[in-house]
Design a protein around this ligand. Structure first.
Ligand code: SER
Length: 336
């Protein structure tokens, strides 16, 4: 008999490691993880890990022969800055990889006669505000507003959301007999900040870089202007939100895609909190205009009232608590 598993792609990434730790601690499921990068030490032994490319079709045929995939957390992606340097590769991983996994989930749903749960993290990068004036006027955007991404990553994520919703509702809509659909659910994350990992290839990375540099006594030059504000979230809230959406009763969900918010903060305000925690840290601002433009096109904050209403979303960490109770104590320990 095939073994029932939860599959996590992109398991070596920031959200991946945090999610694997949390699910392994719950201890009630078999976890299969994969990533093109090696498995980080912090999650070793918590799952069956495969170092593999999600574009490897043969791998998936082998996987379904051995495992019955009940749930997929599809986290593998190239983030916004990295994707601008290799847009074609980003499209392959972010779009073709997602399409392949959705097809696999659709086939598995039909085969089991029960929907496979497909969890997909999207991003504030799906938004594209055309100028600062508009950004000020539409400071808390709803899911369907300003969906004009300016990056390959943002385009890929927006299309991933649409593809997932299609597979959820309309896949094979003209077939004589509709197969069992997969159950697609998506959280649109703000910039994420972890005490344990530093992101690579994102545009919101300045927040994490500033904090981790300060904790190591290093000076930091921020690549966006002091006044630039976007929404951020502490990693524990990011993990909570995707797990809470995954366990929400399906009949309560009126949408497939939900904004999740926590706090909006400017780069200068992050600097102030960092300097308060690590007095004497030298933080300067030297905008890289191209990278700054990307972050500038993202909203100041997101309206997450749909998530709050439909499945009770409520972040636990505002900016002050994120620093005081999560980042500072854990980061200090890490670099001591
Ligand atoms: N953190 C991501 C990035 O900067 C946004 O989702 O690309």
């Amino acid at each position: 008999m095939r073994k029932k598993v939860t599959l996590i792609t992109g398991a070596s990434g920031e959200v991946g490691t945090a999610l694997v730790e949390r699910l392994a601690a719950e201890g009630n499921r078999r976890i299969l993880t994969m990533d093109v990068h090696p498995e980080p030490d912090s999650i070793k032994g918590m799952s069956t890990f495969l170092q593999a490319d999600i574009l490897d079709k043969n791998l998936f045929s082998r996987l379904v022969a051995e495992y019955e995939i009940e749930t997929i957390y599809h986290l593998a992606a190239l983030l916004s800055t990295r994707a601008e340097f290799t847009p074609e590769t980003a499209h392959k991983v972010n779009v073709e990889g997602t399409m392949m996994l959705l097809q696999l989930a659709a086939e598995q749903s039909a085969w089991r006669g029960e929907p496979v749960l497909f969890m997909f993290p999207s991003s504030i990068a799906v938004y594209g505000l055309p100028d600062l004036d508009t950004k000020q006027r539409y400071s808390r955007v709803r899911e369907w507003e300003w969906n004009y991404p300016t990056t390959m990553y943002g385009c890929n994520k927006l299309y991933g959301e649409m593809l997932g919703s299609y597979f959820n509702k309309n896949y094979r809509q003209l077939a004589a007999e509709r197969p069992v659909m997969l159950d697609f659910r998506c959280v649109r994350y703000p910039g994420l900040i972890s005490a344990f990992t530093v992101p690579t290839g994102g545009t919101s990375d300045y927040a994490s870089e500033m904090i981790h540099a300060a904790a190591q006594g290093k000076a930091y030059t921020c690549f966006v202007r002091e006044g630039l504000a976007i929404p951020f979230m502490a990693m524990p809230d990011a993990v909570d939100s995707i797990l809470e959406l995954a366990t929400a009763p399906r009949e309560k969900l009126r949408h497939q895609v939900y904004n999740v918010g926590a706090f909006s903060i400017s780069a200068g305000e992050i600097r102030d909190l960092v300097v308060k925690a690590f007095p004497g840290t030298e933080i300067t601002f030297q905008p890289d205009l191209k990278r700054q433009n990307i972050a500038e096109s993202w909203p100041i904050d997101v309206d997450d009232s749909a998530a709050r209403r439909d499945w009770g979303w409520e972040p636990k960490f505002d900016a002050v608590r994120t620093f005081a109770e999560y980042l500072i104590p854990n980061i200090k320990k890490r670099y001591q």
